[in-house]
Write a protein that binds this ligand. Structure first.
Ligand SMILES: Cc1cn([C@H]2C[C@H](O)[C@@H](COP(=O)(O)OP(=O)(O)O[C@H]3O[C@@H](C)C(=O)[C@@H](O)[C@H]3O)O2)c(=O)[nH]c1=O
Length: 185
């Protein structure tokens, strides 16, 4: 596998090897040992799988607060997403800034989003399935959001507000300036 840092260096793109043959392919999509060799030593405790029927489905931006904060390792089984991570760590040189990357079944890449970031995605194809590992259990009381189209974030989503398909809760999340300081650099 290869590991590459994005402009916010804590966010990594991981490309597992894909062994193709006449039957199809084989891939170690996660190996604790290989990740540890690459300096990524995270205990993942839960796998999440989401399916979005329509192109332009926006999920996020989401994070869980301590003591239930989560690292996330995201990949796409079918279709494609634009994945976005926003730095929420107060005191970070990249606080409030974001990175985005296309993650797709075709490229077989993954994105690692550590604790301290809000995470969101928009589907770029219909019938997109996302599978991601998280390092802490789901805690509804600690599950928080940030408004996906907060102008202060300046995220170039490929969908307009009118086109985006969102959950009811994600239409009304707080803006960055309204979030309490929960993560520190
Ligand atoms: C996140 C989560 C949700 N649920 C339930 C709650 C709810 O009834 C249903 C759908 O939840 P949501 O609307 O929060 O699903 P969704 O909007 O897909 O939430 C996800 O968005 C992406 C961007 C993330 O980063 C994830 O961590 C998660 O927050 O699933 C669980 O049972 N376990 C979980 O871990």
């Amino acid at each position: 596998m290869s590991v590459e840092s994005l402009d916010i260096p804590e966010i990594k793109i991981i490309r597992p090897k894909k062994h193709g043959d006449e039957r199809g392919f084989f891939s170690e999509t996660y190996s604790k040992a290989s990740f540890a060799d690459a300096g990524i030593d995270i205990d993942f405790v839960q796998d999440n799988h989401s399916f979005s029927a329509e192109t332009g489905t926006v999920r996020g931006l989401h994070f869980q607060t301590p003591p239930f904060a989560q690292d996330k390792l995201v990949r796409v089984l079918r279709g494609a997403i634009l994945d976005v991570a926003v730095d929420l760590r107060v005191g970070s040189p990249t606080y409030g800034r974001h990175v985005s990357a296309v993650i797709s079944a075709a490229t077989w890449n993954q994105i690692l989003i550590p604790i301290g970031f809000a995470h969101g995605l928009v589907t770029l194809e219909p019938d997109t399935e996302v599978l991601y590992k998280v390092s802490n259990v789901y805690s509804p009381a600690h599950d928080k959001g940030l408004l996906w189209n907060d102008p202060d974030l300046g995220i170039a989503w490929p969908v307009s507000k009118a086109q985006a398909i969102l959950s009811a809760k994600d239409r009304v999340q707080p803006r960055l300036g309204e979030l309490p300081a929960v993560f520190h650099y």
